[in-house]
Design a protein. Structure first.
Ligand code: TYM
Length: 356
């Protein structure tokens, strides 16, 4: 395939703090793996991070952190376009334009919006019906508001993808609903204006289902707001402590018994970090009831450290090199803006925003 015929890949990560191993196994590791074969575009979603109202200092610090972690994990600016979302102002303009074709109802029904709205309103259970949440959103006082940026989060994500005309979007399982909405918005725009402007992007096909990396607290996914993360930048001592404290159960009570969720989660992490032989050995020990969870955790911690320690060491070196970081993102912004400006010009033309 010639250089300019490579398929366009795009993905991003919000700048909300250090990257955890959910981000790594669900996204970043895959970004690194495909750099040679695709037209790769990876960015730091700082505008998306604004939906949770970080302090200006935190926002800025977190962008730099993610950038250093991208590079430390192996993203190569010679192979991929690496940029900061807010460095491409065309995205903000197209976000406004695309919003004219997006329904409030479909945005309110997205799982991520309902989860985030619940958090803003301090609702801890998922028992409340959609109508109850809607009533609370509308009736709430201004201190507990659910901001409009949270609602239109999927529009902004769709624009990130469509403005680069990306066709492949490597993401973890939690982002698939947003990708589905992106396809819907692309179809709707094309059909409303009778054009073939946007390709419909799909998840990257790895030959296996997109993953959800679990947390160490026994249920649910690993996530910053869940407070159950192992970070790429964790000190080895901290990482070991976190893994050794992971929730378990009383052990298998009979041969070949089903696994409880916390144990299945530990095996899921082991499969991501360890060799197939190690996984098979612990599976056998679980099946014949000889397993000692302490041994499993020790092995898991060491296998995770074999992955995170080299990255952690590079993060610190890269963070100290401001000149290099500046060069990477200014070159990235230049490249990303080129395609974004071309797409935006087409969108304006198609929608009738034309010069006299
Ligand atoms: P974000 O910042 O929440 O997560 C970044 C990436 O990490 C993946 N991920 C996980 N994968 C598996 N298991 C987990 N526990 C886990 N936690 C996070 C996410 O699926 C994601 O791939 N909206 C996006 C950022 C974004 C974006 C885009 C992505 C903005 N615009 C355009 C792709 C294309 C987000 O909040 O990801």
């Amino acid at each position: 395939m010639s250089e300019n015929k490579k398929e366009i890949v795009l993905s991003g990560i919000r700048s909300t703090g250090n990257l955890h191993i959910g981000n790594y196994f669900g996204a970043l590791k895959k970004f690194v793996a495909i750099q040679d074969d695709y037209d790769c575009n990876f960015f730091i979603a700082d505008l998306h991070a604004l939906t949770t109202n970080p302090s200006p200092e935190d926002l800025h610090k977190n962008v730099k952190t993610i950038l250093a972690e991208y590079l430390a994990a192996g993203l190569d600016p010679e192979k991929s376009t690496i940029f900061i979302q807010s460095d491409v102002p065309e995205i903000a303009e197209m976000y406004l334009l695309l919003n004219m074709h997006v329904g409030i109802g479909e945005l309110m029904r997205t799982t991520s919006f309902k989860d985030k709205a619940r958090k803003c309103l301090g609702i801890s259970t998922t028992d409340e019906s959609d109508e109850d949440i809607e009533k609370q959103i509308i009736g709430t006082d201004t201190n507990k508001r659910v901001n409009a940026g949270l609602l239109t989060y999927p529009t902004l994500m769709a624009v990130d993808i469509l403005i680069q005309k990306a066709t492949k979007v490597p993401v973890g399982k939690d982002q698939l609903q947003h990708l589905e909405l992106t396809r819907r918005f692309a179809r709707r725009f094309n059909s409303f204006y009778g054009v073939d402007l946007f390709p419909e992007p799909t998840d990257f096909d790895w030959g296996c289902a997109p993953i959800k990396v679990p947390g160490l607290d026994g249920s649910g996914k690993m996530g910053k707001s869940e407070g159950n993360c192992i970070y790429l930048a964790d000190d080895p001592k901290v990482l070991r402590k976190k893994v050794m404290r992971a929730v378990t159960d009383e052990g298998p009570q009979a041969p070949n018994s089903a696994m409880s969720e916390p144990i299945a989660n530990l095996f899921c992490l082991l499969e991501l970090a360890s060799t197939p032989e190690t996984v098979a050995q612990f599976r056998q020990a679980y099946a014949d009831c000889s397993i000692r969870y302490g041994d499993l955790k020790k092995q898991l911690a060491e296998d995770l450290l074999a992955i995170t320690v080299p990255i952690r060491e590079r993060i610190n070196d890269i963070l100290a090199d401001d000149d290099y970081l500046r060069k990477v993102v200014s070159r990235g912004a230049e490249r990303a803006r080129e395609r974004a400006a071309a797409t935006l010009a087409e969108v304006r033309q198609v929608m009738g925003i034309r010069k006299f």
